[in-house]
Design a protein around this ligand. Structure first.
Ligand SMILES: Nc1ncnc2c1ncn2[C@@H]1O[C@H](COP(=O)(O)OP(=O)(O)OP(=O)(O)O)[C@@H](O)[C@H]1O
Length: 362
C-alpha cells in the first residue's frame, strides 16, 4: 500500500488564485520525495494540503489508503517542519520537543522517555534546559526535526527546512537528514527550490511549474531525460536549440536546426507534429579544435570559443554558434590540448545522441 496518494488534487484560493491543479502522486513507504520548482509554483500549498493546514478544492488525499481530505491536521499521521522552525523561543529545548506529545495523552514518564531518547539522537541532551532562542541555527534546526519526529509520524513534511542555514551547515544537515531518513524508514516529503538539494537527497523528484506537475522521476531521470521544455531549462545546465521537421525512428527523434540535422531520445512530451527543442547537457558535450583529425561524432556544431574559465578540475567554455546562440560546455581540465584553446578559436562541439533529449516546446 502507498503511504501517500494525491489524486487530482487542486487548490484555488478564495481570491481566485489557482495555486495547484491536477496533482497526482503516489508515494511508497520509506520514500524520500522532493517537490522542486521556482517560487510560487505551488510546492508549499501542496505540502500544507497534505498536512491538513489548507483545505483542498479538488481531488482527494489518501494516507495509508485512508481518505484524509476531511481529517483535521492534528488527527493526521503527519508532522510538518517549517523553514523558520516555528519554535517557541522562551521554552526550553525539552519543552519545545515535548510540545507535540502534550495532545497525545501520555503519562509524564512516557513523555520524558520519548523526549530524552530523541534529544540523545539529535545530540541535544546537553542543551535540554536551555531556552530555544539561546541556540545556533543548526541546533534550532535539529530541535525542529526532533519535535517533528518525537510524535512518530508516518510521514514527515519538510518545507524548505534548510533555507535559513548557511551553505556549510546546510550540507552537514543535508547529510544528517538523509542518514536519519534511512535509519528511521519514515516517508519524507520535502519542499525545496534548490535543485542540488532535491537531486542529492531524494529518491524521486516532483518538478512543479505554475501549480502543475511537469515531471516525476528519480534524480537521474529528471536530470538526464527531461520530459518537458520547463524541466530541460530548470534542471542542470542544458543548451536548448530550436528544431523543425520532426521525425521519429522508434525512441529516437530527428529534427532540422539552424546548425544542421540533430537527433536524440524522444521525451514523453514529444508527439508527432509538435514543435521540438533539442536539449543537450553541458557536461555531455565534447569540444575539440575545428581542425582536429578526430572530428567525428554525433550532433556536431561548429562555433568559436567566446569564454573560458576553470574551477578546480572543471573547465567551462562558452561556444558561440555563428552568432545565433551560444552553448555552455564543461570538460575536465586534465586535457591540456583543450585547455590551450583560446577565445576566438574555431571549435567543433558534439554530443552522443543518447545524451540528447528532444522535448516539445512550450
Ligand atoms: N493564502 C493565499 N491566498 C492567495 N494566494 C496564495 C495564498 N498562499 C499562496 N498563494 C499563491 O499561490 C501560489 C503558490 O504559492 P506557494 O506558496 O504554494 O508556492 P511555493 O512554490 O511554495 O513558493 P515559495 O518557494 O516562494 O514558497 C502563488 O501564486 C501564491 O502567491
Amino acid at each position: 500500500m502507498n503511504d501517500l496518494e494525491l489524486i487530482g488534487v487542486g487548490k484555488t484560493y478564495p481570491d481566485g488564485t489557482v495555486a495547484v491543479s491536477d496533482f497526482d502522486l503516489a508515494v511508497k513507504p520509506g520514500e524520500f520525495v522532493a517537490f522542486l520548482g521556482p517560487s510560487g509554483c505551488g510546492k508549499s500549498t501542496t505540502l500544507r494540503m497534505i498536512a491538513g493546514f489548507e483545505d483542498i478544492s479538488n481531488g482527494d488525499i489518501l494516507i495509508k489508503g485512508k481518505n484524509v481530505s476531511a481529517v483535521p491536521p492534528e488527527k493526521r499521521p503527519t508532522s510538518m517542519i517549517f523553514q523558520n522552525y516555528a519554535l517557541f523561543p522562551h521554552m526550553t529545548v525539552r519543552q519545545n520537543i515535548g510540545f507535540g506529545l502534550d495532545v497525545k495523552g501520555l503519562s509524564s514518564g512516557e513523555k520524558k522517555a520519548k523526549v530524552d531518547r530523541i534529544m540523545e539522537m539529535f545530540g541535544l541532551s546537553e542543551f535540554a534546559d536551555r531556552k530555544a532562542d539561546r541556540l545556533s541555527g543548526g541546533q534550532r534546526q535539529r530541535i525542529a526535526l526532533a519535535r517533528g519526529l518525537v510524535v512518530e509520524p508516518d510521514i514527515l513534511l519538510l518545507d524548505e527546512p534548510l533555507g535559513a542555514l548557511d551553505a556549510n551547515l546546510r550540507r552537514v544537515i543535508q547529510n544528517e537528514l538523509k542518514l536519519l531518513q534511512r535509519e528511521l524508514g519514515i516517508t519524507f516529503v520535502f519542499v525545496t527550490h534548490a535543485q542540488s538539494e532535491a537531486l542529492g537527497l531524494s529518491d524521486r523528484i516532483v518538478v512543479m511549474n505554475r501549480g502543475r506537475v511537469e515531471q516525476i522521476g528519480t534524480p537521474h531521470e529528471v536530470y538526464a531525460s527531461p520530459a518537458t521544455e520547463f524541466v530541460a531549462r530548470f534542471i542542470g545546465s542544458n543548451a536548448i536549440i530550436e528544431g523543425s521537421n520532426l521525425s521519429f525512428d522508434g525512441d529516437a527523434a530527428f529534427v532540422d536546426t539552424a546548425f544542421g540535422r540533430m537527433h536524440g531520445r524522444r521525451s514523453q512530451s514529444l508527439a508527432p507534429g509538435a514543435a521540438a527543442l533539442v536539449a543537450i547537457p553541458a557536461e555531455a558535450m565534447r569540444i575539440q579544435p575545428a581542425n582536429s583529425s578526430a572530428a567525428d561524432g554525433e550532433n556536431r556544431l561548429r562555433g568559436t570559443v567566446s569564454m573560458k574559465h576553470a574551477v578546480g578540475s572543471v573547465g567551462h567554455f562558452k561556444v558561440d554558434l555563428d552568432g545565433r546562440q551560444s552553448v555552455d560546455v564543461q570538460t575536465g581540465t586534465d586535457n591540456e590540448a583543450l585547455m590551450r584553446l583560446a577565445i576566438g578559436d574555431a571549435v567543433i562541439v558534439d554530443c552522443p545522441s543518447d545524451r540528447v533529449t528532444l522535448v516539445a516546446r512550450g
